[in-house]
Ligand binder design. Sequence first.
Ligand code: TPP
Length: 278
Amino acid sequence: MQKVTNPEQLKKTANSLRKVIVEMVHRAQSGHPGGSLSAIDILTVLYYYKLHHDPKNPKWADRDRFILSKGHCTPAMYSILAELGYFPKEELVGYRKLNALLQGHTSIHIPGVEMSAGSLGQGLSYGNGIAFAGKMDKKDYKVYVMVGDGETQEGQVWEAAQTAGVHKLDNVVVLLDRNKIQNDWFVEKTKSIEPIGDKWRAFNWHVIEIDGHDVKQIMKALDDANNPAIVNGKPCIIIAQTVKGKGVSFMENNPDFHGKAPNDAEFKQAMEELDKNG
Ligand SMILES: Cc1ncc(C[n+]2csc(CCOP(=O)(O)OP(=O)(O)O)c2C)c(N)n1
């Protein structure tokens, strides 16, 4: 796929995808806008700038793999997959409807989805398996796994972190969406995960910390994560500081919009705000 290398264009794309996210959740009157809006800048740069993939050939053996371990944030992932042509955009209308292609959590029946997720904590274990297979098959692909910060309270995440660290799976990159809110409250007040960078370092990971809404920083972090001279044989985690609900004022840093749809008046306001941002 032709890569987008212009940061301004990537920013514009992310903003237009924000509108698709809000539309999907509003239309369905159900879904997870907060963690989709916090993740969309990272995922836009990943898909449009970094990932080796082919939307017309989703099972291409040499593709990089992306696993959305925080599998409830499908509006972000599906908006990108639709825009890139993995499936027709009309499918977005059926989001969260019975018998439609696009269910609320990721499902392997959807072109471009590697893992059915939703039960938090499992994505990195799955990603490790694909990474081991890649090494055994002498393939160059990378495995990217996005996890939520609340999700890292799950024990399985740390078993998987240990596995990748011990076995030096330098083809694994974790994208941590550090939006500081979990289900319906703040991570720090529920169960603090700090010092999160030191924890991953202790498990033998290379740690990169960035602003997860700064497109240039995301591009550089993804480049560095692919640079053997930088990661030095280790798996890499990009800890991206983000704002839950980013781009819509009343959703920003508001635990209410973890898993709640905007009503009609809120939807109108959200779209007006996003329109103003270009
Ligand atoms: C194993 C498991 N326990 C509980 C849930 C319910 N749940 C859905 S989303 C969520 C909060 C996740 O927070 P975080 O990982 O920070 O995601 P984000 O804020 O990015 O949406 C929880 C607890 C779940 N999906 N899976």
